[in-house]
Design a protein around this ligand. Structure first.
Ligand code: GDP
Ligand code: IMO
Ligand code: MG
Length: 423
């Protein structure tokens, strides 16, 4: 068996949580491979909305095992809150959830460092979710991090203290006013560690290897999106992990040859939350309509998402980097009522027309060049099969498929699990 991947192709929030939930019944194991509680994955079913941050989006199904892989960074405090919510909803997570011993822990001082670093950057801030992601991955690559497996060792508290002391000195170095009560934060952290320890810690790369040998099916769930990838995204306005397909090999310990399908998810338009370039961003009524109809507010921070037309140049790049085999188009329903739909098909890059993603896409270098499509008026949210979709939407889909040379297999027409059309 192979590991299928599901990844966001834009700047995150494409609807990964929804589709993982929809696909979970086809899989034995759902595994998150990178990111941490900067992610907010929304699932809607039976009239209820659930937002997951660290826990994989297969957790509401009875059968599937949900694995938090080695590439993920875990904040025990947020993890505990997620578990508490699941418990309130009567979800039996204990038998279904496993955590890699090699996953790194986000410490309270990582969060403080994130805040200090952003404050010190002023206008140039990344627009981080302030969950401590950057500082935790920095400690990982700097070889200072504390891992889940360390919690089973005797000396971890000593190592914790040394690292937290160092972080406090680093916070001071930023020379910004960050108020905090570390004692309180640490009480909450150590309580949450006790809860984390009730979930089985495993050698997850071995677990996956054996699962594949036993013909188990695995879906790897990405977080963020390809344009937030630390290497291939709009650096420095990115997150601190590899969000692209190769990140799944590293974040789970899966050999490249064991990757099967790569499901690429994109919105029928584009959104971005936080700072950084966004060539097809709209500052007019159309952008405002997308935000309002699409309820475009961050699932983790509540910040309004910036909205714009679909950027085909960037989408092609993401398909290329990830080796996408099947596409899923989300939120097509949000575009109902637009007389004209635009797609950015090329850039004017310093006076030259280009169709590839250049090194720098900031607005002084890049202006979008659009193709226009006729819109549709029909409300899609009640549609259940592809033959009900309006001709104009089908033309839009056909154009994207011909440009990307990858089939669009799912068209999502609303947030609910049931509002999913398979083609
Ligand atoms: P993720 O981070 O990729 O899992 O996406 P988010 O959950 O952050 O953001 C996607 C948002 O769009 C959530 O509020 C979903 O409930 C919602 N959503 C997902 N698919 C659709 C869709 O097809 N139509 C509409 N209107 N909303 C959707
Ligand atoms: P999901 O998985 C959208 C953005 C932040 C910021 C940048 C760096 O829900 O799609 P970080 O906290 O990682 O240091 O922030 O990345 N960002 C996301 N944007 N969806 C996400 O996750 C995101 N995770 C991080 O807004 O611009
Ligand atoms: Mg999200």
């Amino acid at each position: 068996m192979a590991v299928d991947l599901l990844l966001g192709l834009q700047w995150g929030d494409e609807g990964k949580g929804k589709i993982v939930d929809v696909l979970t019944s086809n899989y034995d194991i759902i595994a998150r491979f990178q990111g941490g509680p900067n992610a907010g994955h929304t699932l809607v079913f039976n009239g209820m909305k659930h937002v997951l941050h660290t826990i994989p989006s297969g957790i509401f199904h009875d059968e599937a095992i949900n694995l938090v892989g080695n590439g993920v960074v875990i904040d025990p405090v947020i993890f505990k809150k997620e578990l508490d919510k699941l418990e309130d909803q009567g979800v039996d997570y204990k038998s279904k959830l496993k955590i890699s011993r090699k996953a790194h822990l986000i410490l309270p001082t990582h969060r403080l460092l994130d805040a200090a670093s952003e404050a010190a950057k002023g206008k140039a801030k990344i627009g981080s979710t302030l969950k401590g992601i950057g500082p935790t991955y920095m400690d990982k690559t700097g070889r200072n991090g504390i891992r889940v497996g360390d919690l089973e060792m005797d000396d971890w508290k000593k190592r914790y203290r040394n690292l937290a002391n160092k972080h406090e000195a680093m916070i001071g170095f930023h020379n910004v006013d960050i108020q905090y009560n570390l004692k309180e934060l640490e009480n909450e952290f150590f309580n949450a560690i006790d809860v984390l320890k009730t979930i089985p810690f495993i050698d997850s790369e071995d677990y996956i290897f054996n699962a594949l040998k036993a013909e188990k099916s695995i879906l790897a769930e990405g977080a963020q999106g390809s344009l937030l990838d630390i290497d291939f995204g709009t650096y420095p306005y990115v997150t601190s992990s590899n969000t692209t397909a190769a990140g799944a090999c590293i974040g789970l310990g899966v050999a490249p040859g064991k990757i099967g399908d790569v499901f690429g998810i994109f919105k029928a338009y584009t959104t971005r939350v936080g700072s950084g370039p966004f060539p097809s961003e709209l500052f007019d009524k159309d952008g405002e309509t997308m935000g309002r109809v699409g309820h475009e507010f961050g699932a983790t921070t509540g910040r309004p998402r910036r909205c714009g037309w679909l950027d085909l140049v960037a989408l092609k790049y993401a398909c290329q980097i990830n080796g996408v085999t099947q596409l899923m188009m989300m939120k097509a329903d949000v575009l109902s009522g637009f007389k004209m739909i635009k797609v950015c098909t090329a850039y004017n890059y310093r006076g030259e027309t280009i169709t590839h993603l250049p090194f720098n896409i900031e607005s002084h270098n890049v202006k979008p060049i659009y193709s226009e499509f006729k819109g549709w008026a029909e409300d899609l949210t009640g549609m259940t099969s592809a033959d009900q979709l309006p001709d104009e939407l089908m033309a839009y889909i056909a154009f994207l498929e011909s440009e990307l040379k990858i089939p669009i297999k799912i068209v999502s027409v609303g947030p609910d699990r049931a509002q999913t059309i398979f083609r």
